[in-house]
Write a protein that binds this ligand. Sequence first.
Ligand code: NAD
Length: 400
Amino acid sequence: MSKARIGIWLIGAKGGVATTATVGLIALKKKLIGDCGLVSQLSQFQHLDLPAWDSFVVGGHEIRAVPLFGEAMRLATEMRAATPELIARCRGELQRIEQRIRPGTARNVGPTIAKLTDMSLPEKETPRETVARLQQDIAQFAEANKLEHVVVVNVASTEPPVDVGQFPPTWAKLDSLLAKQSCPLPASSLYAIAALGLGCSYINFTPSLGAMPPAIDELALLRGARHTGCDGKTGETLLKSVLAPMFARRNLNVMSWVGHNIFGNMDGRVLDDPANKQAKIASKDHLLGDILGYRPQTLVTIEYIQSMGDWKTAWDHIHFNGFLGTPMTMQFTWQGCDSVLAAPLVLDLVRFTDLARRRGETGLLRFLASFFKSPLGVEEQCFDRQFQMLEEWAGEGKGI
Ligand code: NAD
């Protein structure tokens, strides 16, 4: 395994997914937990020269001043995602990581996310000045910790949707927009520009705009950097991408697919705002039509039910007909701990992305499609075929 020191820079470093990934990484380093849930630990990836757990250093950007250790303890006390003993054994390292978390930006994130902000963030910066400040933070992190490379992962709250078509297609033109206060790029894209402009890798685990504009993809290629996204596929949508191909391959006609989701963590609170919710629903809903080749009637609801905490329940009702036109029904209930499902995937994505860097890959990393609800640049939505792309990529490397 590679021992080069690699930085993981988490945008939203004190959120549920980030905190769980951080606790998990510390626990892996200390050998307090096993590797269940980690894709990169599967046997078909064992020949790869992936970074070792103890080669990672964590830092990040945030907009909330809450202590990281307190947020980690909440995973045990409120979220029932880990034991208090495990969190307590990670305390010292969590406190060291807290020192590496810097104020980020809440530019164009909409009122619901902006209301979460209790760190003092510079108010009068132009977007270009914001990008420069974010880059300075990441560069200092890399220098202070003698890092060979930094992978920036967006695990911040979901922003309201933004029309990607409104942005100029070339980096030169988008770059000139950064001088204007009126520039409509949201925070997720400024973080992406900051990361890719420095030659870092950028992973968008959220449905927010991030590196989606073609001009930002061009920036990645210009700087020899790489990016991937978007929106981690961890629960109900993962099941859709496994089950829908079954209906398609048995030539069963799906008439309607209804998915009701309830959960009560902070992500759920943000998604309770109809604008923010829209971005998530679009990301959860599109894949059925892509897999089946026709569009059944679909409904996706996401409701914030505070008592559920991090435990998301999805109830899906699939109405389909078969031979003789006979109607039938399949229903499933998924009860998953959201952060526990997402956190290992964040660590897997960082490991695979760093290996792609050492293999000389730049631009969009399509082989990571199986990790995302809306994989950028990939039409294939069937989980098994997406996973094959990852296995094929793993088989291609010569030596690494
Ligand atoms: P969370 O609300 O617990 O954490 C989000 C964190 O981001 C908070 O600490 C918040 O203060 C911070 N933040 C918000 N805007 C920011 C900004 N502009 N800059 C820096 N920090 C900012 O949410 P979560 O459950 O950790 O989920 C994180 C993201 O991952 C969400 O967008 C969610 O939709 C996405 N996601 C989660 C899952 C999953 O949990 N299973 C799956 C797919 C995608």
